[in-house]
Ligand binder design. Structure first.
Ligand code: CTP
Length: 401
């Protein structure tokens, strides 16, 4: 059970926060709702009190003997503000504290998540952009709003993400803990995910079983730590993680180009993608027909090694302090082979995980050993892909910081 503060700003999307509150309570958390005074125009105090089972106050002059403006923030494990208006972001960025919620934000030492909702023009305004940048640079997570129908006839960026998504973000922020939360604040994290496809003809390809789940778990975990995340995704059928820039690719060569372009400004690079080592020398423009006679053997040529290429480029002209993480899926764990692969790839960490036996591709759980170029060896016990991702990012963050 965690102590969660649900801050509610004065936006029409406040009604969606009722569902988020219900989910947090069902997960066993104690939730104290702190609306801004104007937020009560949208959803009233009795609703919040009945759903949370806790009293609701908006100002600092209620229960003064308990010093709530200090105690609530100090005692919280997580603060999530949903919806956060442009005005509330501005106050938080400036450190202003006219009400109980903004006071609580100033006394909190726990992870803080803002889920903004507003009209597109307000979200794109330079003042709001600067406030979001300021908050992120302090380790606060500001979720990018969803795109879609807004209040009235407008549509665009500015919708509050759905309560299920917000719940997932809150859960992730809680499991990342306090001391590490800011470790990737304002850092750029570049992740590759999925499995590349090498086309033989318009309907066939050489591919692999990668689902992209491990890479998407990295993207969520990095975003929860406040990073600006880019995900180069090869053939993944998963929803885009909130607040993450997704660059879709198909083949190894497309992934290579996208990774090289994005790597220039990345602080951390994680190569989880299963890259095809070979591609057909030629791609037939027409579907290969079986009645066209016996099929010639398919001639293959080697694809670029993206991870080794990124490491080599960093050595010559890469940004200072960039941390590169590779993956090695092995069916038999031979420590000698894994160490040799780490040296060959030139990266800082190699996450060695065994595939098969219910682990790896398509599986829910993962288990790994992280080998470091400094000779370190950190075992990560069997757990979810989110847990594995967060543990590896902890090591990468410690290396940068
Ligand atoms: N990788 C890459 N480019 C390739 C192949 C692999 O960037 N052409 C990356 C993967 O994303 C992974 C790491 O290299 O992070 C190791 O992948 P793996 O397939 O285990 O390594 P290979 O070099 O292909 O070696 P093996 O002969 O064991 O397949």
């Amino acid at each position: 059970m965690a102590r969660v503060i649900l801050g509610v700003g004065a936006g029409i999307a406040a009604y969606k926060a009722c569902e988020l509150l219900r989910r947090l309570r069902e997960a066993g958390h104690r939730v104290r709702v702190i609306p801004t005074p104007d937020a009560l125009r949208f959803v009233g105090a009795p609703t919040w009190e009945a759903l949370s089972g806790e009293p609701v106050a908006t100002g600092v002059w209620t229960d003064v003997d308990e010093v709530p403006h200090v105690r609530l923030g100090q005692g919280a494990d997580l603060i999530i503000v949903a919806p956060a208006t442009a005005d509330l972001l501005a106050r938080a960025a400036a450190g202003m504290a006219p009400d109980l919620l903004t006071n609580t934000l100033l006394t909190a030492r726990c992870p803080v998540v803002f889920a903004p909702a507003m009209h597109t023009e307000m979200w794109e305004h330079p003042a709001t952009r600067a406030n979001v940048e300021t908050l992120r640079s302090r380790g606060v997570t500001v979720v990018d709003p969803a795109v879609g129908r807004l209040t009235g006839k407008d549509s665009g960026a500015g919708r509050l993400p759905e309560p299920a998504t917000l719940y997932e973000i809150a859960d992730q922020a809680l499991s990342s803990g306090t001391d590490l939360r800011s470790s990737l604040a304002s850092r750029r994290v570049l992740i590759s995910a999925g499995g590349t496809r090498e086309e033989l003809d318009p309907v066939r390809f050489l591919g692999n079983w990668s689902t992209g789940r491990q890479g998407y778990a990295f993207a969520r975990a990095a975003a929860a730590r406040g990073a600006e995340v880019t995900l180069v995704a090869a053939n993944v059928e998963l929803p885009d993680p909130p607040g993450v820039k997704v660059v879709p690719v198909v083949s190894a060569r497309e992934m290579h180009a996208a990774m090289l372009a994005e790597a220039v400004s990345a602080d951390v690079i994680v190569m989880t993608a299963a890259v095809a080592d070979y591609r057909p020398v030629t791609r037939s423009e027409e579907k290969i027909k079986k009645d066209a006679g016996p099929l010639d053997p398919i001639e293959l040529t080697e694809n670029p090694d993206i991870l080794a290429g990124l490491s080599a480029r960093r050595a010559s002209d890469g940004p200072d302090g960039q941390v590169i993480v590779g993956f090695a899926a092995e069916t038999d764990t031979d420590p000698g082979a894994a160490k040799a692969k780490l040296a060959r790839k030139g990266c800082d960490f190699l996450v060695v995980n065994e595939v098969g036996n219910g682990l790896g591709f398509g599986a829910v759980d993962n288990e790994a050993v992280v080998l470091g170029s400094d000779g370190s060896r950190v075992p990560i016990p069997r757990g979810s892909k989110d847990e594995l991702a967060d543990a590896v990012l902890g090591l990468a963050a410690a290396r940068i910081n």
